[in-house]
Design a protein around this ligand. Structure first.
Ligand code: NAD
Length: 336
């Protein structure tokens, strides 16, 4: 059985990445689009076989409640709009997939979780790396003891932000700079690779405030997480260079991913250095996105909790808030 998805936001990710993935899914299909641009919505609908009655805009969005074809709403909007559309979707009786970062604040994340609980609907965050073959194999090898006892984790994530007018650089729309958008990959990986929750954070930010891109949000932020086992994670997030790397160091070797969290072309090495490159077994779906989309469909069909529920998104946002506070107050923050 295939559940019906409505995609909200036909931008770079919703239209460019997610919509073309339904052809790779076994339990998910595209049935509706929500867009502020009627001509674009009609064109995309025609290309992907979405019926006329499956086209909505932001004003008539709530009438999705009368469309039984829609089981799940996938929120692919700027971060400041995640909470509103997640809550409206839940009120319309739909399950929700919401993109990362979950929302601009932990208070919003809590409201989203509460709204979906009240409506009896599932809420999952678009953490695609939990379905990506190289990440899954790295995590399996680490847990199976292939590098001995894990001691240290390192991850740098960044890209060169070009467009100074991007919503990603407007604090009210993004909630913050590189940390919210790309540093979150390093943070989330530190948690899923170690299978631990950090107990403290220490962060340092450096941003050229004369750069027109960085009037409102940070460029570079370095943050250190301390885990209960004694593992230290040292992470870096930036908007001024391309970096995509995850490294786990154990007392018997290391696991290295570079790039680690890209759409394609991730690479994995295991051993003392980069001598031993590994091809991971296939992931759970034809692609990481097909696996992600089908996971939520199957959770709905079988009434199970997603492996990356709203609570997972909330955890990251709480830690990001502590990262910002640590950088601002220049002190170590103990996480509670
Ligand atoms: P984008 O700017 O390309 O698209 C945003 C869409 O929202 C556009 O269609 C735009 O028209 C629409 N929109 C509606 N109201 C808007 C408003 N008031 N201001 C601006 N846009 C408005 O952004 P994107 O790259 O597609 O990102 C969307 C979401 O997807 C973000 O949460 C982002 O973090 C996430 N994302 C996730 C991944 C991933 O790998 N998981 C990758 C890219 C983006």
């Amino acid at each position: 059985r295939k559940l019906g998805y409505a995609i909200v936001g036909l931008g770079g990710y919703g239209l460019g990445v997610i919509i073309p993935q339904f052809k790779n899914c076994q339990h998910s299909k595209l049935v509706a689009l929500i867009s502020g641009d009627p001509a674009k919505a009609r064109r995309v609908a025609a290309e992907y076989g979405v019926p006329q009655h499956g086209i909505y805009d932001y004003k008539n969005f709530d009438s999705i409640k009368d469309n039984p074809d829609i089981d799940i709403v996938y929120v692919c909007l700027p971060v400041s709009m995640h909470a509103e559309y997640t809550i409206r979707a839940a009120k319309a009786g739909k399950h929700v997939m919401c993109e990362k970062p979950m929302a601009v604040s932990s208070a919003e994340c809590e409201a989203m979780i509460a709204a979906c609980k009240r409506a009896g609907k599932k809420l999952m965050i678009g953490y695609r790396c939990h379905f990506e073959a190289h990440n899954l194999e790295a995590r399996r090898l680490a847990r199976a003891g292939h590098i001995g006892k894990l001691r240290y984790f390192r991850s740098e994530h960044g890209f060169t932000m070009g467009n100074p007018d991007s919503w990603r650089l407007k604090k009210a729309m993004s909630g913050g700079g590189s940390m919210m958008d790309i540093g979150i990959y390093a943070l989330n990986a530190a948690r899923y690779m170690t299978a631990e929750e950090p107990i403290s954070v220490y962060a340092k930010e450096t941003t050229d405030r004369n750069d027109p891109r960085f009037r409102e949000v940070e460029d570079m932020i370095e943050f250190q997480l301390e885990f209960p086992s004694g593992v230290i994670a040292s992470c870096m997030s930036m908007y001024s260079a391309n970096q995509n790397h995850i490294l786990l160091m154990g007392d018997k070797g290391r696991i290295d991913l570079e790039p680690g969290t890209r759409y394609d072309g991730n690479k994995l090495w295991v051993g003392q250095d980069r001598g031993n490159q590994i091809t991971p077994p296939p992931g759970p779906g034809q692609t990481q996105w097909a696996a992600q989309l089908d996971h939520l469909s199957l959770c709905v069909i079988n009434n199970r909790e997603p492996i990356v529920p709203g609570e997972e998104g909330l955890r990251d946002i709480r830690i990001i808030e502590a990262v910002y506070r640590s950088a601002r107050e220049q002190k170590r923050i103990v996480l509670t």
